[in-house]
Design a protein around this ligand. Structure first.
Ligand SMILES: CSC[C@@H](O)[C@@H](O)C(=O)COP(=O)(O)O
Length: 381
């Protein structure tokens, strides 16, 4: 295990991570992304001037994580509208870029809906493009607010579940500022605990095969001087057995109407381990991730990715494609690999779901429906 101890409980706060921003240089509007495939080695920005470039960035995970995919999708529609491309076609390409995170389609629909409504009102191309951009900006802001509310509710829940106030939290994949308009979902809760001096340790799963934990969560934890330790995914079992985990905090890519949770592959085994060891397993996600139109876990489409991400070691970067990855081979040439990007955890293994509207526990279809009905968010309509 690679170990990193906090320099102090809470040091000077680092500047906010610019995971994505809209810019309007004289040559025309662009969407600027922090290229997450280059982290933690270098902070390099990727400038998207059209939708195919953004779709490519989404597919190779330069921009990723459920809430940020929704925001990027919405800005993508605005980009198409402002640059005079066919908005309906662009919306279709963006929404289909990755299948599992429901936020992507939601964000695209928000901006495309605003564009279409403005056209119907007779606003003209420019006004409609502005309406799409306004919708993207509103989603971006709303996600930052949701993130702050989830951190508050999540920290209160941790304190309730774990009286004593010194938490050792295990997390999987990356759920921080890199995936959000704010400080993230599960990571934002751990960060809130850290700021209160109540996070004893953040256990960071490296998250095979693309290492979002090692490359991105460890990067964010280091920026905030959190006490964190990196482990291989398959070391989690012995860590639980040693009594070193007080709670698991993860995000979600889609939550079905029955409370089934799709998240980065490896989440389900953690939920099973947590149940066996009587450790709370907590999912933190905004309401835009809850999808009432998906009845249950079996109905969630799980993205299957290239086997090259498994058979070749690329240092965590996605393989180039089916024709060859360009990484170091770690399996005989021609080996077939099973490479789902996500897995689905049934609701009975989830101790609590934290959203910006509060905590649902136990996670049942009825409780979720009530939460959605109370929510002002259009996602639930
Ligand atoms: C708030 S982020 C929740 C999930 O989107 C995150 O845990 C995750 O699985 C991301 O997967 P990725 O394939 O990196 O986009």
């Amino acid at each position: 295990m690679a170990d990193h101890d906090a320099h102090s409980t809470v040091g000077a706060e680092p500047p906010t991570l610019p995971s994505l921003r809209w810019e309007e240089p004289p040559e025309g509007p662009v969407l600027v992304l922090l290229d997450q495939t280059r982290l933690p080695v270098e902070e390099v920005e990727l400038v998207c001037t059209d939708v195919p470039a953004l779709v490519g960035a989404i597919q190779r995970l330069a921009v990723r994580g459920a809430p940020l995919l929704g925001i990027a999708g919405a800005y993508g529609v605005a980009l198409a509208a402002r640059r005079g491309f066919d908005v309906e076609e662009a919306a279709g390409q963006l929404a289909g870029a990755r299948p599992t995170a429901v936020n992507l389609g939601y964000g695209v629909r928000q901006a495309a809906g605003a564009y279409a409504a403005a056209r119907e009102k007779g606003l003209g191309e420019e006004g409609a493009a502005q309406a799409a951009l306004d919708a993207a900006r509103a989603l971006h802001r709303a996600d930052a607010l949701a993130s702050a509310a989830m951190a508050r509710h999540g920290l209160a829940l941790l304190d309730e579940l774990l009286p004593g106030g010194s938490h050792r939290v295990l997390t999987h994949c990356n759920t921080g500022a890199l995936v959000s308009g704010g400080e993230g979902t599960a990571f934002a809760v751990a960060l809130a605990a850290h700021r209160q001096g109540r996070l004893r340790r953040l256990w960071v799963d490296e998250t095979r095969p693309l290492l979002q934990g090692a490359r991105l969560t460890a990067y964010e934890a280091a920026r905030h001087s959190m006490a964190y330790t990196l482990l291989t995914d398959n070391a989690a079992g012995s860590l639980f057995a040693a009594g070193e985990v007080d709670a698991v905090l993860i995000g979600a890519d889609r939550i079905a109407a029955d409370g089934s949770v799709a998240n980065k592959v490896g989440s389900y085994p953690l939920a099973v381990l947590a149940k066996y060891h009587h450790v709370p397993f907590v999912v933190v996600a905004p309401l835009t991730t809850v999808d009432p139109a998906t009845p249950d876990g079996a109905a969630i489409e799980v993205e299957m990715r290239s086997g090259l991400e498994v058979t070749e070691f690329t240092g965590g970067l996605p393989a180039a494609g089916a024709e060859g990855g360009g990484g170091h081979a770690v399996a005989p040439l021609g080996t077939q690999a099973y490479n789902p990007a996500f897995d689905v955890t049934p609701p009975e293994l989830v101790t609590a779901l934290v959203t910006e509207e509060g905590v649902v526990s136990p996670v049942t279809g009825t409780a979720l429906a009530e939460l959605c009905a109370r929510s002002p968010r259009t996602a639930m309509s």
